[in-house]
Design a protein around this ligand. Structure first.
Ligand code: HEM
Length: 294
């Protein structure tokens, strides 16, 4: 029986940091892996920190081939959609996602992770995020309405027992920058047709357009995933950190293809108002697989 990393399912945290690293010397990847697997949260019964550790799938395959699901790969090529729309590939070697109740503990722990990995890896991308009006994305819409419940989420997010990589998960991390003034110039009924749900209370539209976001990512068509998206950024420059976990990478990659217009020629209308700046896949191994690296 394998155990998933607990941070995947730790809802309700209001401060986050996503630290993406690149290994400096591939000959030292084993040392890097044992150092990252030795990360530990501050010991406290109050105000602790959750973390999730993921590896570029190709790096994970080198480290633990028997624990790697077949066919999983990094975000190695941009997604070239219709009408010149592209999703960039900005794959890094590893991710440490920290989450907690306040940014001070995240900040301190992020610094200690970077310190521990000094000389082995560089911090290539750092983003922090925070909740907006309890459960809303910066578009003003409730994000997560069609997420599985915490009892259903493990079967959507985790590789099943008996498979290589059991209790591990494939994570898609993408930072999307919103075109806020264009979005806000759109009357609410059009925003709702773009999303496919009502803005105030997130009711799915009976007659949602085929290019609406929820039609282009319909989980009945592509399979179920578990999302932990969060808003990021400052007043001028902000958007969504898409954080999606799946038992099967194809569910995520097909959703991206579908949003880009590559499934039925209908590009997701939401992609006209927000642009991905980054894109990486990470394999998030089970606790037992991580402990074997130490
Ligand atoms: C800027 C980027 C994005 C924003 C602001 C956004 C926002 C939303 C919102 C507001 C909903 C409706 C409520 C809900 O069910 O959660 C939704 C649904 C959904 N989104 Fe996104 N999303 C973004 C990107 C993505 C990406 C990149 C994927 C997949 C790779 C994705 C997958 C989904 C799925 C699976 C659903 C539920 C669809 C269903 O009804 O079955 N989203 N999203």
């Amino acid at each position: 029986m394998y155990t998933p990393q607990a941070g995947i399912f730790a809802l309700g945290t209001s401060s986050h940091a996503y630290l993406e690293f690149d290994v400096l010397d591939t000959k030292k990847r084993q040392e890097f892996a044992s150092t990252i697997a030795a990360i530990r949260e501050p010991r406290t019964t109050t105000g602790g920190v959750n973390f999730v550790i993921g590896f570029r799938p190709e790096l994970w395959r080198d480290l633990a081939p028997e624990d790697t699901p077949p066919g999983v790969e990094g975000f190695n090529n941009e997604v070239k959609g219709t009408e010149g729309f592209t999703m960039p590939a900005t794959q890094h070697d590893a991710l440490v996602w920290l989450s907690g109740s306040a940014y001070d503990v995240i900040f301190d722990m992020a610094r200690s992770v970077v310190h521990d990995l000094a000389g082995l890896a560089t911090l290539s991308e750092e983003t922090s995020s925070w909740p907006y009006r309890h459960d809303r994305d910066l578009t003003g819409f409730i994000d997560g309405s069609e997420n599985p419940t915490l009892l259903e989420a493990p079967s959507a997010a985790l590789l099943p027992e008996g498979f290589p990589g059991a209790a591990g998960s494939v994570l898609l991390l993408q930072k999307w920058k919103h075109k806020t003034s264009e979005w806000e110039a759109l009357p609410v009924p059009q925003q709702e047709r773009t999303m496919g749900r009502t803005k105030l209370d997130s009711i799915e539209l009976e007659d949602k357009p085929e290019d609406s976001h929820v039609a282009r990512t319909d989980q009945d068509e592509f399979g179920h995933i578990f999302r932990r998206n969060m808003p990021y950024g400052d007043v001028e420059d902000h958007g969504t950190v898409f954080v999606g976990f799946s038992a099967d990478q194809k569910r995520l990659s097909k959703m991206l293809d579908s949003m880009a217009g590559l499934v039925n020629g209908k590009r997701d209308a939401l992609t006209r108002f927000t642009q991905p700046l980054t894109g990486s896949y990470y394999f998030v191994p089970s606790v037992e697989s991580l402990l074997r690296l130490r």
